[in-house]
Design a protein around this ligand. Sequence first.
Ligand code: AMP
Ligand code: FE
Ligand code: FE
Ligand code: ZN
Length: 284
Amino acid sequence: MKLVDLHVHTTESDGTFTPEQAVAYAAKKGLAAIAVCDHDSALGHTEALAAGEKYGVEVIPGIEISTKFKSAVHILGYYIDAQEPNMKAAFDWMVADRDGRNEKICEIMRRDGIKADYAEMKERFGTVVGRPHFARILVEQGYAVSIADAFNRYVNRGCKYYLPRSFLSLEDSVKLIVGAGGTAVLAHPFQYKLDDAGLRELIEVCISYGLSGMECRYTGYSEERSAYLEALAEEYGLVKTGGSDFHGANKPLIDMGSGSGGLCVPYEFLEGLKKANAEQRHMA
Ligand code: AMP
Ligand code: FE
Ligand code: FE
Ligand code: ZN
């Protein structure tokens, strides 16, 4: 069976594989396709698409946007045109907001004697810098033994070096993606700790903004729970997608394609996604 992974992060956000390395790794794993879905960034698309040609892996240009709806909600966008003016402006805004927060985190860290120079971090980690990068420098300087340990003790919400950033609204995020020719998909629905009624409410609201899909298979989701999501997707006429949320060494327990073991996303899911995107563009 041809398998895919529709949720992969690279060094263009908080993954540790460059776009090319991610694609090469997908080829090594025998995956037919991967979607590069960096947080708040489409900067990996060009490199990933070129690598896709080179390694014979189909590459889908995607993004992941963090939004707020009661709790945090993540929306994936597939086949977006990153040059679309509103989308471009949103990327700039998200990066500027991160930069402002991150500068402040650096300041607080420096007060505690940690070496945290934001200009250096940008140079090293790229445009989209996030908490996993702060976790990394804490590990490097001996303040934590692993990324997970650094999150638990220093950068998770409520910890010493946590500062919030701003989020686009759920409505704006879905509409931005659709406006840029992309197909909007609700990411990892169990992460929001909603009951059935809560999840249905979220799905219905998202659909009213233009959502067309839901990530039904995801790292750590049992077959039973995925089946529940797939039934919901069918009920609401949503396309089913799936992915690992691979971040390389920043989430060492998650592997591309297979997640924590047992993840299996068939190529048919990608076919459904493509069809939805083509229909959507045709209607626009
Ligand atoms: P930020 O958007 O900069 O606030 O950072 C949030 C990112 O940190 C998320 O997108 C996750 O990928 C990552 N993250 C959250 N918790 C953990 C954790 N325990 N270990 C590794 N990465 C995490
Ligand atoms: Fe991440
Ligand atoms: Fe996410
Ligand atoms: Zn993700």
